[in-house]
Design a protein around this ligand. Structure first.
Ligand code: MN
Length: 489
């Protein structure tokens, strides 16, 4: 799907035809110019002056699958009662851009004609009121339309809105159920489909092994060639690598056939398979598919959505698990990894990930599974967890700073990432546990906490953010108030 956004401009006819003509021309110019710097096209649609025009354009937006959201702006003083009938039915993400055509107040030129034409400060406040009065989930961005920071923020919001579109069409393929007895990976699939649009369904592992048996040696040869260009093959057990290629090809065929962008599996259900998919899952994630281990379909869908929200529609976001801590005073770090499946999109780009084979004691692996081993890159990132609170969903985001792992850990046979959690390791852990965050997360370098907040607002779910300034006491109060608020909603 090629997505675009619609630029819907408000005006009124008080100042005559000439003013309206100028407003429309400028709006068109602005949309075209801004599109040059935005990740998705901003298409000028209308300079609206009536209830009917706005109602019609919103009906069109609702039913056009390629429209991922509307961006509004009120060039002149645009009365907002005419927006009510349209906005109450809006089903697409909504951003109010508070800007103006002129950057500066022109000293000599400014007179009452200039004021009438350029009173966006006036119009945007009127428009803001109706957004607040209708309790609409909107994003407000203020800034000059040519200013790089304004365009960056608008672009990031667009990516969050793309996350909404992807969410609403998300299909998750589950191979096997959740890991037995685990609570946090459970959830209400009907609630999730109602709220987020996800279609979460199961396919038998037997269907997958049947599909695997139909994969040809030629198909495996060509995927092996791809592996060898992207990765360093650091094992002599090429049959194990070829087996992973067979698993990947079969899973991808099934995912494509069913239109699924995410999948989960569990080491407790590998019936008929020699190896838990490691490299296979990692290389599928590299291509943009979401994955969750131990049947965790929530983290799988979130991984796919956050990948799609990232740079180029497939950003540096990965399924992650908090494994263990380094609790040395003054050098406290979290170590994240998984038994196999960490996405190479987050690898240090200077070093090729290595394909290795090692024994895996968990699950019924007859053979040593091949997997990619690498270190995650340095940089600011977030970890994200979606949990089911019973009656509502909570999205928890924590700011982290990833570092080069402080030790080589030569006997750790999996990809690893090391980070400092905010506000610090122990308080960060206390906050995370207080909020109920899972051990599984999506770790992302190019989706920001603000983008996840925007996404949560658009999806109408609870959002909790653990930052450098968060304290357990403040967080407990926030969660208590949230609990009350969400009971009333
Ligand atoms: Mn796990």
């Amino acid at each position: 799907m090629k997505y675009n956004f619609w630029f819907v401009v408000g005006s009124q006819d008080l100042y005559g035809e000439e003013v309206l003509k100028i407003v429309a021309e400028r709006a068109e110019e602005m949309a075209a110019k801004m599109s040059e710097s935005l990740p998705y096209p901003l298409v000028y649609k209308v300079t609206a002056m009536s209830n009917a025009q706005i109602t019609n354009i919103i009906k069109e937006a609702n039913f056009d699958d390629s429209c991922a959201g509307i961006i509004t702006w009120c060039h002149t003083f645009s009365p907002s009662k005419m927006w009510i009938n349209g906005l109450v039915n809006l089903q697409k993400p909504y951003c109010h851009l508070a800007t103006q055509y002129n950057k500066e107040i022109p000293n000599d030129e400014i007179d009452m004609d200039f004021m009438n034409l350029n009173q966006a400060a006036h119009g945007d406040r009127e428009h803001g009121f109706i957004g607040a009065r209708l309790r609409l989930p909107r994003k407000v961005i203020a800034g000059y339309w040519k200013e790089p920071n304004t365009l960056v923020r608008l672009g990031k919001w667009m990516r969050s809105a793309i996350g909404v579109a992807i969410s609403k069409s998300m299909k998750v393929m589950r191979f096997g159920d959740n890991m037995r007895e685990v609570a946090v990976t459970e959830g209400d699939k009907v609630e999730v489909q109602t709220k987020l649009g996800w279609q979460v369904n199961t396919w038998a592992v037997g269907d997958l092994t049947a599909e695997m048996s139909r994969v040809t040696e030629d198909e495996i040869d060509s995927l092996m060639a791809e592996y060898s260009t992207l990765y360093e093959i650091n094992t002599t057990d090429l049959n194990a690598v070829r087996y992973q290629a067979r698993e990947e090809i079969a899973m991808k065929k099934m995912l494509e056939r069913e239109g699924c962008m995410a999948f989960s599996n569990t080491f407790q259900d590998l019936y008929g398979m020699e190896q838990l998919p490691g490299l296979a899952s990692q290389h599928l994630m590299y291509q943009g598919y979401g994955y969750g281990g131990e049947g965790d379909w929530k983290v799988s869908a979130m991984t796919a959505i956050m990948k799609a929200m990232g740079e180029g529609g497939n950003g540096a976001s990965a399924f992650m698990e908090d494994y263990t801590y380094h609790l040395a005073e003054g050098a406290e770090y979290s170590l994240g990894a998984h038994m196999l499946e960490v996405c190479p999109s987050i690898a240090d780009p200077a070093v090729k990930p290595r394909i290795e084979t090692h024994h895996l004691g968990i699950g019924m692996n007859e053979k040593d599974p091949a997997r990619l081993v690498f270190e995650g890159r340095e940089g600011d990132a977030i970890v994200v967890s979606l949990i089911d609170m019973g009656g509502r969903l909570r999205l928890i985001v924590q700011d982290i700073v990833c570092v080069k792992p402080i030790m080589p850990m030569p006997n750790l046979p999996v990809a690893r990432v090391m980070w400092k959690a905010m506000p610090n390791l122990t308080e960060g852990v206390e906050c995370w546990i207080t909020a109920g965050g899972a051990h599984h997360t999506v770790l992302s370098y190019d989706v920001s906490a603000e983008q996840m907040r925007d996404w949560a607002r658009m999806m109408d779910i609870e959002f909790v953010h653990i930052t450098k300034d968060t304290t357990v006491e403040a967080l407990e109060k926030e969660l208590f108030i949230n609990d009350l608020a969400w009971k009333l909603k």
